[in-house]
Design a protein around this ligand. Structure first.
Ligand code: GLN
Length: 214
């Protein structure tokens, strides 16, 4: 029996939403474009896309999504942040826009626009722990410090551009623009595992409360 497709959200406030949507649908996910906090409850995973991190941050707070989203990611929701999405995950940002905040769900420090004009925009292959990934870099951030629980899973020019902590993966680049599905498949696999674990929990809670009631 085939398990039903996992539901993957793409945060759709600003930035490169449709490329992720298309890629996720192409590899068997149901996709929900997330613009309201109530939508978070049905997700098995989420993508935070690239765009302008300070704009996405402002909209997240304006629409009351920032706190529930951070709580959901902390509770284990499989998450892939790309470029601006990586910045949103970080505990700390160097060179922020005025007033810029983040979700603070990943113990890393990132520097915005870290590669400078020479790598303003570039396509290359990044060796990651999940395999080689064809990646586009566009005004990409660099991870300049990682906390104890965070693994470095990819580098470019010796600099850290991919990290993972539990079910949260953050990357400086855009695989959705090159058509490389490696990391999106990894997200879907993680979302399937998370859903099975959470469905089991729910079944157990239902059984326990049925026993208590009886
Ligand atoms: N430089 C952008 C920022 O700070 C990120 C660029 C991108 O997402 N491609 O948000």
């Amino acid at each position: 029996m085939n398990a039903p497709a996992p539901t993957i959200g793409v945060l759709a406030l600003q930035g490169g939403v449709v490329e992720h949507e298309r890629m996720l649908r192409g590899i068997g996910a149901d996709v929900l474009l997330v613009r309201r906090p109530e939508q978070l409850a049905v997700l098995d995973g989420i993508v935070l896309p690239g765009g302008e991190s300070s704009t996405i941050d402002r909209l997240l707070r304006m629409f009351g999504i920032a706190e529930p989203l951070a709580a959901r990611i902390r509770s284990g929701l499989p998450t892939l942040g790309t470029c601006a999405g990586l910045i949103l995950l970080a505990d700390e940002v160097l060179d922020p826009a005025p007033g810029q905040q983040t979700l603070k769900v990943l113990d890393i420090t990132v520097r915005r626009n870290a590669f400078g004009p020479q790598v303003d925009s570039l396509e290359t292959t990044v060796a990651t722990d999940d395999g080689p990934v064809t990646a586009a870099f566009i005004r990409a951030p660099e991870v300049v410090a990682v906390g104890a629980g965070v693994q470095v899973i990819g580098r470019h020019l010796g600099r850290v551009v991919a990290v993972r902590s539990g079910a949260v993966t953050g990357i400086s680049f855009h695989p959705e623009l090159t058509g490389d599905t490696t990391l999106h498949r990894q997200l879907i696999a993680s979302a399937r595992r998370w859903r099975v674990a959470n469905t089991a929990d729910t079944a157990e809670i239902t059984a326990v409360s049925a026993n208590a009631a009886g």
